[in-house]
Ligand binder design. Structure first.
Ligand SMILES: *Cc1c(COP(=O)(O)O)cnc(C)c1O
Length: 364
């Protein structure tokens, strides 16, 4: 049996007529940027998240960059981010000229360890950017407490966690603003690049919208040196077609993850832990294994697709040599980079496929 790491086909089959209708609607209207599809999706996604505003943007990285710019964070400022995340979190900070200050994760949750944040705060710290990694909420209460104590902004990177909750509250509603990615592989994915900023703060929403539209508040009038990063009509229409089944997609991911959690029994593996405060949406199901590369080869030999999130920690990436870090600086992120293996998990995986993955892991 062949089980790919990810497949969009079952989801696309289910949404086939809705996606084709979305294309037809936009194409027939012949209006592609800044129109009613964008407005309708923004309204629907704000409602889904429980925020007052949503601004569609070009991608998730731009969402984070424009939030930072809207908060006037840049040269000379520091932003606290987890050492274990996708590099986009860090790139957003360095793109605006600020310095990323890494904080190691809790090895049990893979998410930023709140007990290590306070030691990273300096007089230059402007914001904390928690990432709800692999689809599981960070421990937000202690993070918000530290932010309050030091008057720091909180920017949530929600790129992997559409619909996840913390103590019953949707992620993306805790900080000043949150960035989402709709990259095709994310829990809510477009058929191309797309992203969004959600916030309750009207000023941030207005500024982000202007920044993504050449810094323009109204046509041919420019208040910021902006860029071009908008959610186009076609992607907005596709996203609006998918949003109504996002909860169903996430519930199915939870069902698959629960089978892994309940049925994988192998002392060589450490399964992910779900704290009481979190209802995860399992963007990634990451196990840890001391012999990670051997386990990966073993599974790949049985035609089971796998992935690693992430094999090289950000502080050791070539592009960040200028930050002057070396091996050993963020031991937990390094440990995860050497031991984490992501198992197949996607909407439409059959029970036979799930059982096959479990059986092969149990007999490793
Ligand atoms: C995917 C991702 C991003 C960037 O989103 P894009 O739409 O690919 O630009 C940012 N942060 C995290 C944690 C991500 O996983």
């Amino acid at each position: 049996m062949k089980v790919p790491f990810v497949s969009f086909l079952p989801m696309e089959k289910e949404l086939d007529s809705a996606l084709r209708a979305a294309f037809e609607r936009v194409y027939t209207r012949s209006w592609y940027i800044d129109g009613e599809e964008d407005k309708a999706f923004e309204k629907a996604f704000a409602e889904y998240c429980g925020t007052k505003f949503c601004v569609g943007v070009g991608n998730g990285l731009d969402a984070l960059v424009m939030i930072l710019k809207a908060l006037d964070i840049g040269e000379g400022d520091e932003v606290i981010i987890p050492s274990n995340t996708y590099i986009a979190t860090s790139l957003a900070v360095t793109y605006v000229g600020a310095k990323p200050v890494f904080v190691d994760p809790d090895i049990n949750t893979f998410n930023i360890d709140p007990s290590l944040i306070e030691a990273a705060v300096t007089s230059k710290t402007k914001a904390i950017m928690p990432v709800h990694l692999y689809g599981q909420a960070c421990d937000m209460d202690p993070i918000m407490k530290i932010a309050e104590k030091y008057s720091l902004r909180v920017i949530e990177d929600c790129a992997q966690a559409h619909g996840a909750t913390y103590k019953g509250q949707k992620i993306g509603t805790f900080g000043d603003a949150a960035g989402f990615s709709f990259y095709p592989g994310k829990n809510l994915g477009a058929l191309g690049d797309a992203g969004a900023v959600v916030t309750d703060n009207e000023e941030i929403a207005k500024k982000v919208r202007a920044l993504g539209n050449y810094g323009s508040d109204y046509k041919y009038h420019h208040i910021y040196k902006g860029n071009n990063s908008r959610l186009d009509e076609m992607q907005a229409a596709f996203l609006a077609a998918k949003l109504p089944i996002l909860d169903k997609l996430n519930a199915e991911r939870r069902r698959i993850a629960d089978r892994y959690l309940n049925e994988i029994h192998n002392d060589k593996l450490i399964l992910p832990i779900v704290p009481d405060y979190a209802v995860p949406v399992w963007h990634v199901f990451g196990v840890r294994c001391a012999e990670r590369d051997q386990l990966e080869k073993y599974l790949n030999d049985y035609e089971i697709g796998t992935n690693k999130h992430y094999p090289i920690p950000i502080h050791l990436q070539d592009c960040y040599k200028d930050l002057g870090f070396s091996e050993g600086d963020y031991p937990t992120a390094e440990e995860i980079s050497k031991t984490e293996l992501s198992l197949p998990l996607y909407y439409g995986m059959t029970d036979e496929e799930i059982s096959y993955v479990i059986d092969k892991i149990n007999s490793y």
